[in-house]
Design a binder for this molecule. Structure first.
Ligand SMILES: [Zn+2]
Ligand SMILES: [Zn+2]
Length: 246
């Protein structure tokens, strides 16, 4: 069986050679997730970073970014692996809108490679991808956060449940809205799948939310809020990219 899998893999690799998620060229050497040149180019966010949302801080002295000192989040802690800068922006654009769902493999690998220790400390019982509305999913063919969750499950053994939370309102693209509109828009956007509830409680104590980018955190905050309303004690998140802090 393993032998057959290997042959199938090799045939698929020949027909559709793996593309580098950073430069989008065919990856050499074969079997790597990233081409040699790009391996040097990608750098994860380093300390000092915000103790709450993981944003890179400019100031060694502060513990939290400006945003996190000004508001209380519903999530407990989280971080992004890379800065949302040119090369990662292009990578994620292709991942989300250009059908490159296989890039999730590298992103999840990077999460475990760079922040595996943090994941072990958080010890989540389950991985929940940020849901997209079913109409958008149908149009795109997949939910990018779910692809990420699948590979993270593969690497960590923590189960992913893509149907535990769903998006009930098809929200307008967030970037077109001002912050107040965003909050209103997101307030009622998510729902827990009742099939997971026993006496109004979810079966998990600790949850890890995964998504592609952390910007204002309002999406993750809204999901955290309903998770906690339904019995979850700790909510952490991990994203491919974090925003830049102040
Ligand atoms: Zn490359
Ligand atoms: Zn922060």
């Amino acid at each position: 069986m393993i032998q057959i899998k290997k042959y199938v893999r090799a045939a698929v690799d020949c027909l559709y050679p793996r593309r580098c998620p950073i430069c989008h060229d065919i990856v050499m050497p074969k079997g790597s997730l990233l081409c040699t040149g790009c391996r040097q180019a990608v750098k994860p966010i380093e300390e000092p970073r915000c103790k709450s949302c993981g944003k890179k801080l400019m100031n060694e002295q502060s513990e939290f970014c400006l945003d996190c000192t000004q508001k209380t989040h519903h999530f407990d802690q989280g971080l992004g692996i890379f800065s949302y800068e040119t090369i990662m922006k292009e990578s994620i654009l292709k991942f989300k809108y250009d059908g490159r769902r296989e890039y999730a493999h590298y992103y999840a690998w990077a999460m475990v490679h760079y922040e595996g220790r943090q994941l072990k400390l958080w010890k989540p019982d389950v991985i929940l991808p940020v849901p997209v509305h079913k109409k958008r999913r149908k149009k795109r063919g997949y939910n990018q956060a779910e692809e990420l969750g699948k590979w993270l499950e593969h690497y960590t053994g923590i189960p992913m449940r893509a149907d535990a939370v769903f998006r009930v309102v098809e929200t307008a693209p967030q970037k077109k809205l001002d912050p107040a509109e965003r909050r209103r828009n997101l307030g009622k956007a998510f729902m827990i799948n009742p099939l997971y509830l026993r006496d109004n409680r979810l079966p998990w104590k600790t949850v890890l939310i995964v998504d592609d980018i952390y910007t204002t955190g309002s999406t993750i905050d809204n999901i955290s809020k309903i998770l906690k309303k339904n019995g979850v004690r700790k909510v952490y998140f991990m994203t491919i990219c974090g925003g830049k802090g102040l």
